[in-house]
Write a protein that binds this ligand. Sequence first.
Ligand SMILES: [Zn+2]
Length: 273
Amino acid sequence: MPIISDQGLIINKTPYGESDLLITFYTLERGKMTGIGKGAKRSRKRFPGRLELFSLVRFTGFAKRGGTLPRIDECELLEPFQDIQYQPRAFFSGCYFLEIINRCCPDFQANRQIFTLLTELFEFLSRPAGKNFACQVRLFELQIIVLLGFAPLLDYCLSCRKREKYGELFFDPEAGGLICGDCHYRYPLAFPVSPGTIAILNKFLQSDGSLRRKLNFTPRIMEETARLCRSLLRWHTGQQFKSLQYIDAFDQSGHNATIKSTDYLPKQFSRMS
Ligand SMILES: [Zn+2]
């Protein structure tokens, strides 16, 4: 069985024994995969840098038959995206995406669009935050949700098919989209969403994604979009995302929280995948 060689973004890492690391990558050719970095905690020659989360590396290793974890022999650091680690807002947002990928992507199912979008996201998060930072993060989230196959349907009521653009509108994560005011009483999970949010999200979903850089949401659209995305991910995974607690605490602190990433990460990501 073959030697493996691929590019991957580091989306999780856990100490394994005295000198090894379990490293989960989102790779270009294989999708999500976890391997054992033999001696990764000690060998600076074969594993340069500190193999931080978000880093893009090229790695080589060996995969045996029979379901044992691939062995990672060597990593070359291509792009550390290290500034994400030093900006709490970017870091917490990034951790949320790592959790989404760790939870929602099956192993060894390649998706180059997800790899490309994650690379673009990490580039974005490692730059100084612009004025529409929060809006762009929401739209990256929506794009990831679409690529995972959970795209919301917002054109018409999924119950009666009416194309309602005004009045009371609702979103139901179980139905996966819009429910009108006449039908919502049959959907216990449905919650209200304003027509303005539905219109702008529909416009974005029908675009090629380049709108992301141009849009800026009002606080109401931001809040409703976050609720919509979170409810969809929760419905599909059946789980509450741990990183959201940290994001909410950080937002409520007025972005003044200082949480050391080294304290936070091992608890957050160990045994997640
Ligand atoms: Zn309806």
